[in-house]
Design a protein around this ligand. Sequence first.
Ligand SMILES: NC(=O)c1ccc[n+]([C@@H]2O[C@H](COP(=O)([O-])OP(=O)(O)OC[C@H]3O[C@@H](n4cnc5c(N)ncnc54)[C@H](OP(=O)(O)O)[C@@H]3O)[C@@H](O)[C@H]2O)c1
Length: 337
Amino acid sequence: MKNYNIAIIGCTGAVWVEMIKCLENLKIPISQLKLWASPRSTGKIVETFMWNIEIKEVNEDFFENIDYALFSAGWEKSKKYIPIAVDKWVVCIDNSSYFRYDENIPLVVPQINWDTIWNSKIIANPNCTTAIAAVVLNPIYKKYGIKKIIMSTYQATSWGWAKAMAELEGNTQKYFSWEKATIEQFVDNIAFNVIPHIDKFQENWYTKEEMKVVWETQKIFWDNNIDISCTCVRIPTFRAHSESIVLETEKNVDIEDIKNILENAPWVDLVDDIENNKYPMPLYASGKNNVEVGRIRKNLVFGDKWIELFISWDQLLRGAALNAVEILEVCINNLKK
Ligand SMILES: NC(=O)c1ccc[n+]([C@@H]2O[C@H](COP(=O)([O-])OP(=O)(O)OC[C@H]3O[C@@H](n4cnc5c(N)ncnc54)[C@H](OP(=O)(O)O)[C@@H]3O)[C@@H](O)[C@H]2O)c1
């Protein structure tokens, strides 16, 4: 089997920590691993399961002889350097939102739409809030069809930047010592609070994070007829997001059958034992490859085709790093390089 030269842009971040484990666990055949972070980190040595690697300085030669590049350093870096990498025949898998809404760029959850990759040189990794719901919704969509989705999220501080988790930790300590909270990563104090505001407000008064769920779900399922409304809320947990999802199916649903198909769905763990207080929770979903789903029931308000469920998952791992490395795996297995 051929081994590949792989570059990672953003090799000191929260997503990176999971990404390097995924490269090892999925046994990606690597001959060279090239790492890049900000100028602050240039020259530092990073320990990996293969070698200790020095973080390189940024320049255009960085992409010479690279087969695949995983971008995980924010959209400005993706915007600037992905076109340079593509010019050098590098296939780029991008964790940022920069290319997601370009109709010529596939937005991929490998379990659902790996076949949209074709020969694309840029593949966008979806927003974690969307990607994970899609993993759970996919088997329901296939069997019953989905017409409408109403979603509320409970999002941990690990989305975005490692600094955000540090702000939660710092402000929690400050709360007990009566010190003034630091408010840099969020719009308000995140400790002992919930904030119904993630990303910028749009003209329709939804936030961009909420609209990402709409745009990206429709793109992943290739179905603009699914009506979606989402409220995204930041909560003071470190890791793993959760979502309450209410959805309308095309056909009448049988709740036991929904449980059955989710129990047998790939990358999904059914955790729905209410007698023993077992349901999805972020504390237990952290560090897991699979998405937990539970609290599955008929909705009391809207009628027979409406169901409710609750999901939790590790967004750094399943929501970002693992999805990106699985895209890489699909490319290695299917693209001629
Ligand atoms: N966290 C999540 O749950 C999640 C989920 C889905 C997608 N994403 C996306 O994944 C990306 C990374 O997120 P993260 O949480 O890992 O962020 P993070 O912890 O803040 O790490 C950011 C990385 O980017 C590097 N970087 C910053 N400025 C740079 C520059 N000028 N040139 C090159 N590298 C630079 C940083 O290097 P230094 O250490 O040297 O500053 C660091 O390695 C973002 O695009 C984010 O939107 C994150």
